[in-house]
Design a protein around this ligand. Sequence first.
Ligand SMILES: N[C@@H](CCC(=O)N[C@@H](CS)C(=O)NCC(=O)O)C(=O)O
Length: 214
Amino acid sequence: MKMPVLYSFPLSANGYRARLVLDFLGVSFESRTIDLSKGEHVGPDFLKINPLGQVPVFVDGDLVVSDSHAIAAYVADRYRGPAAEGIWPSAPTERARITKWMFFDAVELHFGIGIARNHHAFGVASDIGSAEKRALKALSVIEERLQTSDWLELDRVTLADLCCYPLVSVADEAKIDLSRYPAVGQWVARIERLSIPPRPSLAAYRKALQRATP
Ligand SMILES: N[C@@H](CCC(=O)N[C@@H](CS)C(=O)NCC(=O)O)C(=O)O
C-alpha cells in the first residue's frame, strides 16, 4: 500500500497542525515541502492538487484532503485505535464539543493570531488593529475556559487542544504577550509535555537555512 503524503511548509502553523495529529497517532507518512517563499503553492503542479493554492494537503490513495482541521478529523477516523478514540471520540455530543473548538481555531485564532503573525513575521499587509483585537478576545475565551479545566474539553487532550495549540504556540511571532493569560500558558506547557514535534519557529527556520547554505 502506498504511503500517504503530507504537503506542507515548515513555517505553516496549519501544516504543523496536520503533522502534530499524524505524529500523535503514530501514522507513517511521506512529507513533501511546498516552499511558500518560492511561490510553489501557486505553481501548476501544486494547483492540480489544491486549486486554492494552500498547504497543508494530505493525499491518501485517491483521496485528497485539504484544510488542517479536515485532515485532523480524517486521520483520527482513518487510523482508529485507543489514541484516536481518546482525541476524537465517537459520541456525537463529545464530537460536537471538540468540533466547536476546531472551528474556533479556523476562524477566531486564524483571523486573530494567524493574521497578526503573517503581518509581523512575514510582512503581509493587513488590518493589524482588528487582528490583534480578535486575537486578544479569543485568548480571553480560552483563558476563561482553562481556569476551570486542564483541557479545552473532556478530561484529557483532544483534537480541540491539538487544533488550537499551533496558533497559540506562535503568539510571540504575532507580537502577542501570553503572560497576560496564565491558564493559557500552563495549558501550552501541558501540551508541550506530550510527545509532539517542535512548534514552527521563524528563528529556527532561518538558522536551519543558514546551516544549509554553503
Ligand atoms: N484553513 C486552512 C488554511 C490553510 C492556509 O491558510 N495555509 C497557508 C499556509 S499557513 C497557505 O497555504 N497560504 C498560502 C496562500 O493562501 O496563498 C487550514 O487550516 O489548513
